[in-house]
Design a protein around this ligand. Structure first.
Ligand code: 5GP
Ligand code: ZN
Length: 114
């Protein structure tokens, strides 16, 4: 998708602050962090929302969580705790329509989320 912000990051047209990368996923720091650690983990393949995840993407979905775990290890928040969030569509507040897993940590988290 040429007009997708996160696809431009995958293509190297925009250079985010990368924390972790492998063949399937890219993880980079959020521009507007909501916690000391706020990293977005994205599939390199364009998938607009969680609703668009197909059966063939099951391994890719697992790769997102595996990368989230690696991010937590890299930022040294794995033991104290962290949160992963996927916002899907308008009511959840999704603003970028390329699937992404937020990894948030480094401060206490409230529940329920807003
Ligand atoms: P959403 O609201 O769709 O779940 O999350 C989108 C996230 O992307 C937001 O947390 C927002 O701060 C982040 N974001 C938007 N534009 C950019 C950008 O250009 N660079 C980075 N690193 N993050 C961005
Ligand atoms: Zn995209």
């Amino acid at each position: 998708m040429t007009d997708c912000l996160f696809c431009k990051m995958v293509a190297g047209e925009i250079q985010p602050d990368v924390v972790y990368e492998n063949e399937q996923v890219l993880a980079f720091r959020d521009l507007n962090p909501q916690a000391p650690t706020h990293v977005l983990v994205i599939p390199k393949k364009h998938i607009a929302t969680l609703n668009d995840l197909q059966g063939e993407d099951t391994a890719l979905a697992g790769a997102l969580f595996h990368a989230a775990k690696e991010v937590a290890r890299i930022d040294n928040i794995a033991e104290r705790g962290y949160r992963t969030v996927v916002n899907c569509n308008a009511e959840a507040g999704q603003t970028v329509f390329h699937l992404h897993l937020h990894v948030l940590g480094g401060r206490p988290m409230g529940w329920p989320p807003g």
